[in-house]
Design a protein around this ligand. Structure first.
Ligand code: UDP
Length: 459
C-alpha cells in the first residue's frame, strides 16, 4: 500500500547547472520531491531549453535567460564569474517574486554542487541549503582528497590506493587530474570540480546521485566525514519502480529529437542484437576516431543505432550513414532511456557519463566503456572491474581505439561466456537499482526524510 503523502506548504527551489547531464537528474529529483508532497519549482538558466510548458507534472519550471554559448569567447574563469553573478542576482529576484506571488514562500534551495556559492544566497535569505552531487561517489572521493590537500596533483605515488576504492592507475583518474600537466586549461576545470567541496561541511544536506549498494565503500567513507544522502539512481520512475505515473522521460531537453522513429526501427530488430552508441552531450571525437568506430561497427556485423550530435556529424566518414541504412541508423539525438529499455539493445558503447552509466546499469544494459574526459575514466574503471557490467576499450599508442579493438570489444560483450557473465551481472545491478529507488528502499527513504524535515521546518 502507498504511504500517505506529506501535504506540505513548503516550497523548494531546485537549481541545476545548465548542462543536460545536470538538468536530467535534478529535474528527476524535483519530481521525486513533488511526489513526496513538497511544492517544487525547478529553475533553468538557459536560453536553449526546449520547453513549451511551464510544468512537468507537479513541478513548476522557470526558465531564466543565460547565454551559455558566450562561454566559448571567454576564459573558463571569466565565464564562471559571469555565471555566478547572473545566477546570484536572478535567483535572489526570483525568490522575492515567488514569495510575494505564489502564496508559498520558498523555504529551501537545492543546488547543483557545481554551484556551491548558492549556499551563500540560501544563508543570506535564511533558507535551508542542500547540495546535490551529480557524479559518482567514487569520483567525489577523489576530488575530496584533492580539496583536503590529501592528494597532490600530479600524484606523488601511483597507483592510488584509497581505502574506499579499488587500486586506481593514472588512466583511471578523472581527466582533469591525469591530464593537468599536458593541458594547462584543465587547471580551471579542476578547480571548478574540486570547488564542489567548498561548502561540503556547511550545507544542510548533501545528496549524491548514486545508491548505497552500488558504491557502499565510497559512500561509507565520505559519510564518515559528514552525513551524505545517496538518492539515486535519478531515473524516471517508469523504468524503476513506477511510483510516478506517466514518468517516462526527464522532460526538459536542450536538444531536438531527430529523427523520430528510433523505437520503430528497434522494433524491427531481434532481441539483444543492436549496439547503441552515444558519447553524450559534450564529448567531441576526432575524425580518425569516428572513422575507426564506424568501421569497427561494420566489422562486428551487428545492427547499430548511433546518436551523433549535429555538431559532430560532419566527422562521420562520407556516405557512412547512407551506406549503413537498414543495418545501422544514425540520429542526431536519441530518446536514450527508451532506447536502453528496448529489448533489441544488447550493448551500449558509451563515453561513461555518469547519467548514461546509471541509466544502463538501472536498465540492465551491458556496456562497452570508451571514456573521453572528466569523470568518465573512473566510471569506466568501475564498469569493467568493480561492477563487471562491461568491457573497457584499450587505445593504441596514438590514443586511438582502432576498428579491430571496437570489433573485439563488441564481440566480447555480445557473445560467448564473458558476454553471459556480463549480462548476469547487469541484471543483478538492475535489480539492486530498483530496490534502492522503490518505496522504502535506501534512496527513497533518504528523499522521504528530507521531505519530512523540510515540511516540518517550514510550519
Ligand atoms: N542523452 C539523450 N540522448 C542522446 C544523448 C544523450 O537522451 O542522444 C541523455 C542521456 O540519457 C543522459 C544525458 O543525455 O541522461 C547525458 O548525460 P551523461 O552524464 O551521460 O553525459 P554528458 O553529456 O554529461 O557527458
Amino acid at each position: 500500500m502507498k504511504k500517505q503523502k506529506i501535504m506540505s506548504e513548503s516550497h523548494v527551489l531546485v537549481i541545476p547547472y545548465p548542462a543536460q547531464g545536470h538538468i536530467n537528474p535534478l529535474i528527476q529529483f524535483s519530481k521525486r520531491l513533488a511526489s513526496k508532497g513538497l511544492r517544487v519549482t525547478a529553475v533553468i538558466f538557459s536560453s536553449q531549453a526546449l520547453l513549451d510548458h511551464t510544468h512537468l507534472g507537479s513541478v513548476e519550471v522557470v526558465t531564466l535567460d543565460f547565454h551559455i554559448y558566450e562561454a566559448a569567447k571567454i576564459s573558463v574563469d571569466d565565464y564562471l564569474k559571469q555565471f555566478q553573478a547572473t545566477v546570484t542576482r536572478k535567483l535572489t529576484e526570483l525568490v522575492a517574486e515567488l514569495n510575494s506571488s505564489s502564496g508559498y514562500p520558498i523555504s529551501c534551495l537545492v543546488y547543483d554542487s557545481m554551484m556551491p556559492w548558492v549556499l551563500e544566497i540560501a544563508r543570506h535569505l535564511g533558507l535551508i541549503g542542500a547540495s546535490f552531487f551529480t557524479q559518482s561517489c567514487a569520483v567525489d572521493t577523489v576530488y575530496y582528497h584533492i580539496h583536503e590537500g590529501q592528494l597532490k596533483i600530479p600524484p606523488e605515488k601511483l597507483p592510488l590506493t584509497f581505502s574506499s576504492q579499488p587500486v586506481l592507475e593514472i588512466t583511471d583518474l578523472p581527466s582533469f587530474v591525469q591530464g593537468l600537466q599536458s593541458k594547462p586549461e584543465y587547471s580551471s576545470l579542476l578547480n571548478f570540480v574540486v570547488s564542489q567541496f567548498s561548502t561540503f561541511m556547511e550545507a544542510d544536506w548533501i545528496f549524491v546521485n548514486t545508491f548505497k549498494a552500488l558504491e557502499e565503500e565510497a559512500v561509507n567513507w565520505l559519510a564518515s566525514h559528514r552525513s551524505i544522502r545517496p538518492i539515486g539512481p535519478m531515473i524516471p520512475s517508469f523504468y524503476l519502480d513506477k511510483q510516478l505515473e506517466d514518468d517516462k522521460e526527464y522532460g526538459l531537453s536542450l536538444f531536438k529529437p531527430n529523427p523520430d522513429g528510433c523505437n520503430e526501427w528497434l522494433d524491427s530488430k531481434e532481441t539483444a542484437s543492436v549496439v547503441y552508441v552515444s558519447f553524450g552531450t559534450l564529448a567531441t571525437l576526432g575524425e580518425e576516431q569516428m572513422a575507426e568506430i564506424a568501421w569497427g561497427l561494420k566489422r562486428s556485423d551487428c545492427c547499430f543505432l548511433w546518436a551523433v550530435r549535429e555538431s559532430e556529424s560532419t566527422k562521420l566518414p562520407r556516405g557512412f550513414a547512407e551506406e549503413s541504412s537498414g543495418k545501422g541508423l544514425v540520429v542526431t539525438w536519441s530518446p536514450q532511456l527508451e532506447v536502453l529499455a528496448h529489448k533489441s539493445v544488447g550493448c551500449f558503447i558509451t563515453h561513461c557519463g555518469w547519467n548514461s552509466t546509471l541509466e544502463a546499469l538501472s536498465l540492465g544494459v551491458p556496456m562497452m566503456a570508451m571514456p573521453q574526459w572528466t569523470d568518465q575514466p573512473t566510471n569506466a574503471k568501475y564498469i569493467a572491474d568493480v561492477w563487471q557490467v562491461g568491457v573497457r576499450v584499450k587505445a593504441n599508442e596514438k590514443g586511438i581505439v582502432t576498428k579491430e579493438e571496437v570489433e573485439r570489444c563488441i564481440r566480447e560483450v555480445m557473445e560467448g561466456e564473458r558476454g553471459n557473465e556480463i549480462r548476469r551481472n547487469s541484471e543483478k545491478w538492475m535489480k539492486l537499482a530498483q530496490t534502492a529507488a522503490d518505496e522504502g528502499g535506501s534512496s527513497d527513504k533518504n528523499i522521504e526524510e528530507f521531505a519530512t524535515e523540510v515540511a516540518c521546518k517550514s510550519k
